[in-house]
Design a protein around this ligand. Structure first.
Ligand SMILES: NC(=O)c1ccc[n+]([C@@H]2O[C@H](COP(=O)([O-])OP(=O)(O)OC[C@H]3O[C@@H](n4cnc5c(N)ncnc54)[C@H](OP(=O)(O)O)[C@@H]3O)[C@@H](O)[C@H]2O)c1
Length: 331
């Protein structure tokens, strides 16, 4: 089968198509013929991992160290990128009960990656579900990572109807799902993103959008019950100015500084900082599928590239051009 191999760490050109052996599913696995897989944050991060210092990494040092040990310090140990996919089941292992040949599925393979290829094996109890009927493979492939992360994070803060939510980083992988899920739970949502993606975030249903390159969202008379900062780029001191009394600032990406802030604010003051880790489960994806079919979650495809142009797809995303999702189509 054909797969895009990460030959070494570096610029997009290190992604090269190669012919490799087709995987064989174990008794509890399904073999998926991949039709589409998006380019997401993790793909770019891992391709560039050699140059990612602990300082550049958005999470605590220990996560960076585990990442380096798992993905490789100087050369990649995980050779095929792609953590989300949509496709069709070609074969099932003899103990598989929940899926059958021909099922259209979508899913998230996490740090194991491997979706930039024609075939992928997944455990039947992995994060994989029947694909929503109202999305194409390209659209469905771009949903799982962001949606299940967002769902896990949002569940930890219990958003109530009419509460005001500020999403800093509303246009990337996780932010669009945070915006849509917060709307689903009845909140009034303001999304923060860069200029090219303002229309995209509006289209997702944000009540208001702020361009972080033109406006300081911490300098406003508006206050929010929750501030959700995807990249952890904001300062808690600045955010407190626009945080309502008893408001919470949730850092999706955080360092030790935010962890200390969480401990400190848990004891002192009415405005709290929180750092949370998501622990995604297969049922989360099934719930997301239902929300998609109820048209509560949508996705936007900006551009599709064939498998042999994976490097071009990475280049387009890395240059900051994308407005929505960029998907590698395999079929
Ligand atoms: N806590 C957890 O369990 C967990 C789980 C998964 C991932 N994460 C973390 O989540 C992060 C990746 O999230 P993602 O996939 O959504 O990333 P992403 O796709 O790269 O999106 C980043 C977002 O941040 C915005 N942004 C960039 N610079 C900004 C700035 N200076 N001010 C405000 N917004 C800015 C971007 O806006 P524009 O593109 O419009 O400029 C975009 O909306 C990683 O740091 C990862 O470690 C945490």
């Amino acid at each position: 089968m054909k797969a895009v191999i990460l030959t070494k760490y570096g610029p997009p050109e290190v992604l090269q198509v190669a012919e490799i052996g087709k995987p064989i599913p174990k008794d509890n696995e399904i073999l998926i013929k991949i039709y589409a897989t998006p380019v997401n944050f993790a793909d770019l991060l891992i391709r560039n991992f050699k140059s990612i210092t602990p300082r550049k990494f958005n999470m605590p040092f220990i996560f960076w160290l585990f990442g380096k040990l798992y993905f490789g310090f100087n050369k990649p140990r995980v050779k095929i990128l792609g953590s989300e996919f949509a496709g069709e089941i070609e074969t099932v292992g003899k103990n598989v009960k929940g899926f059958k040949i021909g099922d259209q599925v979508f899913g998230y393979c996490g740090p194991g990656m491997g979706a930039y290829s024609e075939y992928l094996c997944m455990k039947e109890n992995g994060i994989v579900s029947v694909k929503p009927v109202n999305m194409s493979h390209a659209e469905a492939s771009a949903v799982p990572y962001g949606a299940i992360m967002a769902l896990n994070l949002i569940r930890k803060i219990n958003i109530q109807p009419q509460q005001k939510v500020l999403v800093i980083g509303a246009s990337g992988g996780i932010g669009p799902a945070v915006v849509q899920l917060a709307k689903y739970y009845g909140a009034q949502v303001t999304g923060v993103c860069g200029t090219p993606r303002l229309e995209f975030v509006k289209f997702l249903g944000a009540d208001r959008v702020i361009d972080y390159t033109k406006e300081d969202y911490t300098n406003s008379c508006e206050t929010y019950d929750f501030i959700i900062d995807i990249l952890g780029k904001s300062s808690f001191t600045a955010c407190k100015k626009v945080l309502a009394n008893k408001g919470r600032c949730l850092f999706v990406s955080f360092k030790m500084k935010q962890i200390f802030l969480m401990l400190w604010t848990s004891m002192i003051g009415s405005k709290k900082a929180i750092c949370v880790l998501s622990n995604e489960k297969p049922e989360d994806l099934r719930f997301i599928k239902e929300l998609i079919e109820l048209e509560k979650i949508k996705t936007v495809i900006d551009k599709c590239y064939p498998l042999n142009q994976a490097a071009e797809a990475h280049c387009y995303v890395e240059k900051g051009y994308k407005k929505g999702n960029v998907v590698i189509t395999v079929k």
